[in-house]
Write a protein that binds this ligand. Sequence first.
Ligand code: T3D
Length: 262
Amino acid sequence: DDTQIIFTLEQGVGVITLNRPERLNSFTAVMHAELARALDTLEAHAGLRGVILTGAGRGFCAGQDLAERKPAEDGSRRDLSENLEKHYKPLILRLRALPAPVVCVMNGVAAGAGASLALACDVVFAVESARFIQAFSKIGLLPDAGGTWFLPRLVGSARAMGAALFGEALSARQAEAWGLIWRVVPDADLAATLAEVRATLAAGPTRAYAATKAALHASSGNTLAQQFDLECGLQRQLGYTDDYLEGMRAFAQKRAPAFKGR
Ligand code: T3D
């Protein structure tokens, strides 16, 4: 039985809750294996409409479980890239590649690779008391799990550099003001936010969401002309979807659209 994450998939929306609250949901090899299995299910689900990532307890994710990675007594060193290659790289790349939005509903602190996980999501809501901590420099490491890629793209190199080098806690409000995340919500609204996001994803124009995600993610590596070509190709496909027809009819009839995700 899965123990370190709780995974549900209803109405096409997967909800992954990191579930080691006593260790602020820090990553272990077991948790990575459970996440990989959840991703297998999500990738195989033809009717996938969205994914929500959140955490149990007062933390979202404190990054790598440091107790699991204690240095050997004899002082011998290890190759840290193995853990990154085996666990973090597939996790982050698979989440980014899912053909549906991945929304982080951050219930508390995100540190180290936990912050990278949040930033890998397509949209981040965070409760007011949440903090982002680039904890890596405190233990003599650089931001990993995609951190050095996400940070400068989201907030620019000056803020990325300061946050990464000094590792100070960044409040949810500051993160929102910097454009690191989409929106701060009151702590008391955590469950309501999750329910609202779930309902939005389950009723959304899934094909349009997938195209939007793909195009926005591709933009940083494209010229404007290449991006036009990408938009043309994707919009051509969306023009043939049931959801586009429904959206246009609903507009003409002055009613809310009832999207089916196809
Ligand atoms: O090994 C490799 O492959 C390298 C990979 C690197 C990837 C990374 O993610 S490196 C960065 C790892 N993460 C950190 O350095 C963050 C460590 N945690 C903290 O700095 C603090 O816990 C927080 C700032 C996140 C939260 O502080 P606070 O005061 O709210 O909570 P706390 O009391 O520190 O934590 C509560 C408990 O969770 C505590 O245990 P205790 O004392 O009640 O028995 C604490 O030790 C534990 N905990 C928190 N983070 C981790 C952890 N245990 C293991 N690993 C953690 N990362």
